[in-house]
Design a protein around this ligand. Structure first.
Ligand code: ATP
Ligand code: MG
Length: 397
């Protein structure tokens, strides 16, 4: 990948206004600069501002080494990460990620296990994943520095990897999942070479760190674009490789039911601008499967199942999902998901009336179960009334 720049876009060229950038991020950049370091806003924050979307976070890239960042910000700064060392700087209740410019090896095809070799701003850009994520914004001059053509790509709505995508996906297969994430969120075209590399490098994903894959999946479930993302995951075979149980459901005869829950989760996100608990999100994936299995079993046995049967079924379903998936869901999340799932059958029993005066063990977990009934009532409006009754009963208890 040849360096051509940087190409500089001034205030008159781009749409970013100084007021758009978070004040805490500005303060961190100004403090780094006044200590003699170079510092820019980088990555998703710059990309989102150019797309006129509210950035989720503002990441900062600097010439200061982690120890120097620590020295400058003292107790506000926490150095984290082994594979990728970086600083978390706390400003009020806001945490900013500050990372030192680093030099990757853009042409190597081996898996990156550590990425802590310091470098220049140019080198730092070249080790990033996609051109649209590799722009620097300098708030002191209000300019954008573009070494890789990312500005034009954002304008053309093109997702393009930095360097040869085959190598870049082999170095870090999580980038393939990130490509699907950006595609789901922004609906950009994917560069043909990237598209091709996604097919040929697919199995490489099994070499990546499962926790990183899971983190990207949860971030997408939290993003308001989860239905789009799961559609892309299933079409590109990643769902089958990573989560065979979900693939079975999302590609089978009940796929519309599966997607209706993700649509409800996305709608809630857009409507209330809130992030759901991860156990609720997992419940959103598992509940429709549990429901279908219950229907099948009830038909088979010609009788309604007892609450104990449902508890047992939820347990074995979650165990099956956990053991067959590439990335294992944390035990704590699975335990709360199990509670949310089984509590649904107390909130809306299969037979008889709900017992509004019932006692539930943990108020926090109960609140999650009740929230989940709200998600169900988005999918199935007939449940709206009972959801409101439970909410009222819960409020007055
Ligand atoms: P989001 O809006 O989801 O936070 P993001 O692009 O900011 O999207 P982050 O995970 O916050 O994603 O990463 C910040 C930046 O770090 C990215 O914009 C990209 O430049 C770089 N980056 C992140 N992950 C990788 C990776 N696997 N390989 C190369 N660069 C990466
Ligand atoms: Mg980010």
């Amino acid at each position: 990948f040849r360096l051509v720049g940087p190409k500089i876009y001034t205030e008159t060229d781009h749409c970013i206004k100084s007021g758009d950038v978070n004040k805490d991020a500005l303060e961190v950049i100004f403090r780094l600069k006044s200590a003699g370091h170079t510092a820019y806003l980088v990555g998703g924050g710059v990309r989102d501002l150019l797309l006129k979307k509210q950035p989720k976070d503002f990441d900062i890239s600097t010439s200061a080494r982690p120890e120097q960042i620590k020295e400058l910000f003292g107790r506000r700064c926490l150095l984290i990460g082994q594979r990728f060392r970086l600083a978390h700087v706390r400003m009020g209740n806001h945490v900013l990620e500050v990372s030192t410019f680093r030099a990757g090896d853009a042409d190597s095809s081996s898996l990156i296990v550590r990425d802590n070799r310091w470098g220049t701003p140019e080198e730092d850009v070249l080790r990033r994943d996609f051109t649209m994520n590799a722009l620097f914004y300098d708030p002191t001059t209000h300019t954008i520095l573009d070494y890789v053509g990312g500005y034009q790509d954002i304008h053309d709505r093109l997702l393009r990897s930095i360097g040869d995508p085959h190598l870049r996906f082999k170095q870090d297969p999580v980038r393939m999942i990130r490509l699907l994430k950006f595609r789901a969120r922004f609906n950009f075209h994917v560069d043909a070479k990237c598209e091709h590399a996604m097919h040929t490098c697919q199995e490489e994903i099994l070499k990546s760190a499962p926790a990183r894959v899971l983190e990207e999946v949860f971030k997408m479930l939290e993003s308001g674009y989860s239905a789009n993302f799961f559609l892309l995951l299933s079409k590109s075979n990643f769902l089958e490789i990573l989560f065979p149980c979900f693939h079975h459901f999302f590609c089978g005869k009940d796929k519309n039911i599966a997607f209706s829950y993700l649509n409800a989760i996305d709608e809630i996100h857009h409507k209330y601008d809130m992030v759901l608990d991860r156990a609720e999100l997992l419940a959103g994936l598992v509940f429709p499967i549990l429901e279908q299995e219950l229907i099948a079993l009830t038909e088979h046995r010609q009788m309604t199942l007892s609450y104990g049967d449902i508890v047992h079924l939820s347990h074995s379903l979650l165990r099956g999902i956990t053991t067959s998936s590439f990335a294992h869901f944390p035990k704590k999340i699975v335990a709360i998901t199990h509670y949310i799932l089984t509590t649904q059958y107390r909130l809306t029993p299969q037979s008889g009336k709900p017992r509004f005066a019932s006692r539930f063990s943990s108020p926090q977990d109960f609140r999650l179960a009740l929230n989940f009934l709200n998600i169900r009532s988005q999918v199935n409006p007939e449940l709206q009334e009972i959801y409101l009754s439970w909410k009222k009963a819960h409020h007055s208890s």
